[in-house]
Write a protein that binds this ligand. Structure first.
Ligand code: AIR
Length: 345
């Protein structure tokens, strides 16, 4: 699938070059690792499911004003992203006590952390991603104080958005890890947000729906990841497994696996045919006269309809919109309509 050069291979993804030096392809693998690579395995179709989950969440975050590296989904395992200069600092946000923090404090998992905790880790498998302070990151030249402040701010905003979203699909967002990088001077959210890098607990049963199932040999990781994807897709009203159609990404126009879609925004103006009586217009005209606008000669009232639709090309979209107008949006016996595609995203 990838014709580009392999630039980097991580534990969960490969990065390939594209003809555009500013962009790369991120390719999700089924391989699962834990404990910084010490434990290895395969979670069937994890790459496909993670691609779906991450692209949907990033598209949602983008809609809420979070700048991310996502450009477009290529196919079921591959996305095009902006090529970032990565900051080797992992930002972890925690809403509940779990994982390494629970261990550090010698406590059971589960307590609510209020306000949420933000922690920084140095991204290094060899060193097992040690926790670092901000001043270490600054002194080592990994990030400036200002950059770290922006990263933490973004991380908390992302937490706010995701926590609420997951809550709505019956999932507790316990904690998660983010990575950031720079692109043309701009701080962007990079990497992925998937059950590989989040702790997700079912709100009712408190069952784990994330990589802890694999880390702790609980089994059922494949089903758990699928269930997370299913709930996200249901919440975003997407046909399941449709692999991100455009409904979620008005900004970037996500692309499905086998067909290329664009989102078209259309304005449809429906007006009465000349000569057709317009009682509503007449009434408004009379009222305007009463309000002391005696120079109004005629008022004719129409409808303005906005439609967002996805289509393979503009001509097809135009044809479909005209069909819709004929069938439903206008009454062709007494009304004219004009379809105007104003924006192609
Ligand atoms: N994480 C951190 N480094 C790699 C990953 N995947 C994620 C974990 C967990 C959160 O960061 O998946 O959701 C906190 O991890 P920990 O081990 O510090 O408790």
């Amino acid at each position: 699938m990838n014709s580009g050069e392999l630039l980097y291979e991580g534990k969960g993804k490969r990065i390939f070059s594209t003809p555009d030096p500013e962009q790369v392809v991120m390719s999700y693998k089924d391989e699962a690792t834990a404990f910084d690579g010490a434990k290895k395995g395969i979670i069937k179709d994890k790459g496909i499911v993670n691609n779906r989950i991450s692209a949907l969440l990033y598209a949602m975050l983008a809609e809420q004003g979070i700048a991310t590296h996502l450009v477009k989904v290529l196919d079921e395992r591959n996305v095009v992203v902006k090529k970032l200069a990565m900051i080797p600092v992992e930002v972890v946000v925690r809403n509940r006590l779990a994982g390494s923090l629970a261990k550090r404090l010698g406590r059971e998992e589960g307590d609510v952390l209020n306000p949420p905790v933000v922690e920084l880790f140095y991204k290094s498998d060899a060193l097992h991603d040690p926790m670092i302070s901000e001043s270490v990151a600054v002194a080592m030249g990994w990030a400036t104080e200002l950059q770290l402040q922006k990263m933490k701010e973004q991380a908390l905003r992302i937490n706010h958005i995701l926590k609420e979203f997951f809550d709505g699909i019956g999932i507790i967002l316990v904690d998660f890890k983010l990575e950031f990088g720079y692109y043309q001077g701009q701080l962007l959210l990079g990497d992925e947000i998937t059950p590989d890098g989040c702790r997700l607990w079912d709100k009712v049963s408190l069952q784990k729906m994330d990589k802890d199932r694999f880390r702790r040999d609980l089994g059922g990781e494949e089903e758990a990841y699928q269930e997370v994807a299913r709930r996200i897709e249901t919440a975003l009203a997407l046909p399941q497994g449709c692999r991100m159609n455009n409904a979620v990404n008005r900004r970037g126009g996500l692309i499905g696996p086998d067909r290329r879609y664009t989102v078209f925004k259309a304005n449809i103006y429906v007006t009465l045919k000349p000569g057709v009586l317009d009682p509503q217009g007449e009434a408004v005209k009379n009222s305007l006269h009463v309000l002391n606008y005696p120079n109004v000669e005629e008022v004719r009232i129409g409808k303005y309809i906005q439609v967002l639709l996805q289509g393979e090309d503009r001509a097809t979209a135009q044809r479909e919109l005209e069909e819709m107008s004929d069938k439903l949006l206008a009454n062709p016996v007494i009304e004219d309509y004009r379809v105007e595609i104003v924006e192609v995203e």
